[in-house]
Design a protein around this ligand. Structure first.
Ligand SMILES: Cc1cc2nc3c(=O)[nH]c(=O)nc-3n(C[C@H](O)[C@H](O)[C@H](O)COP(=O)(O)OP(=O)(O)OC[C@H]3O[C@@H](n4cnc5c(N)ncnc54)[C@H](O)[C@@H]3O)c2cc1C
Length: 297
């Protein structure tokens, strides 16, 4: 199987620990991590995995991922080496590929004097992960500026969906199962670079103040429930600083779990379970994880 994958995609790593590719620094090995550089390469790869019934998983910047300790069977696709273009197409339209990091995109749009995605400043994902998760804050989500998204379906077919066809919800989007998102066109508004930079800077400073950015973490672990904030319920349940193995509820922000160095996915999952049970018991609120949990136990 290794030879076949190598033939389809020259840049492949085998038995690669996913802890190297997740911001929480947790996760067992993936059977194969592939870096396709062109659409044709990716399409052929997906056709092959489909014909061989081998599962595939798409990795972004790993900033919303908890990979279980036994890792990921099948192939993990990363677009971070081949799909990294950004360009302005007209006064308001930006074409961006999904391997681009959000921090780079946000800085680029500020420089070009294009406003609309300042709310994404400080989110450490890639454009692909942001589209998949409909990343954002209370100030705005990526879905609201999307004009169209191009992706490869699991049978290798290249498809473009206009915004009318894409359903974005709170931290969720709806694309065909197994689709690999490749690029998007975004509709932005001309504005002065200084005013955009000011907003970005304010958001980044706020994050440094309120989030444990100097320790490996995975962002907000739970979605905010319909009423109130997940962090408030967790803190009010006396869970700040609580630890399971190497995983701890951050003393800085209760909706963040940090890896103190040696955390396993099992530790993190046990802490997630503990938080859900305690918050349910104390406040009658069932918290729903925002993080994506993948791989074998
Ligand atoms: C410090 C910190 C702060 C954060 N703050 C925020 C915040 O304010 N708002 C917010 O929304 N999120 C936040 N996050 C979470 C995370 O950054 C976002 O969810 C981000 O959009 C995930 O992108 P990623 O590239 O890291 O995706 P990954 O974590 O790698 O993957 C997430 C999901 O997207 C899928 N995916 C990724 N790329 C593709 C693709 N090309 N095609 C198909 N599927 C794909 C993956 O399969 C997976 O299911 C934060 C995280 C951290 C660590």
């Amino acid at each position: 199987m290794k030879d076949e994958i190598k033939k389809l995609c020259g840049e492949t790593l085998f038995d690669e620990p996913m802890s190297r590719y997740t911001t929480l620094r947790v996760g067992g090995a993936a059977d194969a991590l592939v870096y396709p550089r062109q659409v044709e390469e990716l399409s052929k790869l997906l056709l092959w995995t489909k014909s061989r019934k081998i599962p595939h998983f798409v990795l972004g910047a790993g900033s919303n991922l908890l990979v279980r300790d036994k890792g990921i069977r099948g192939i993990v696709v990363s677009l971070s080496r081949g799909f990294s273009a950004i360009r302005k197409e007209d006064e308001k339209t930006v074409y961006v590929e999904t391997g681009v990091g959000l921090p780079r995109l946000v800085d680029w749009t500020a420089q070009e004097g294009l406003s609309g995605i300042e709310a994404l400043a400080g989110i450490p994902g890639n454009v692909g992960g942001a589209l998949f998760m409909n990343a954002g804050t209370r100030k705005g989500e990526i879905g609201t500026v999307v004009q169209e998204v191009t992706f490869v379906e699991k049978d290798g077919k290249l498809v473009t969906w206009p915004k009318e066809k894409i359903r974005f919800e709170y931290r969720k989007s709806h694309f065909p199962q197994g689709a690999v998102l490749l690029s998007a066109r975004l509709s932005l508004n001309p504005a002065s670079p200084e005013s955009i930079r000011e907003k970005i800077q304010a958001d980044r400073e706020k994050r440094i103040e309120t989030q444990p950015l100097n320790v490996p973490n995975i962002g907000s672990v739970f979605k905010n429930p319909s009423k109130g904030h997940a962090g408030f319920y967790i803190e009010e349940s006396g869970l700040k600083n609580v630890r399971v193995g190497g995983a701890r509820v951050s003393p800085k922000h209760a909706n963040f779990i940090v890896n103190e160095g040696q955390a396993s996915a099992r530790d993190v999952l046990a802490l997630v379970g503990l938080i859900r049970d305690k918050v349910k018991e104390r406040h009658g609120v069932l918290l729903e994880p925002e993080i994506r949990i993948v791989g074998e136990e």
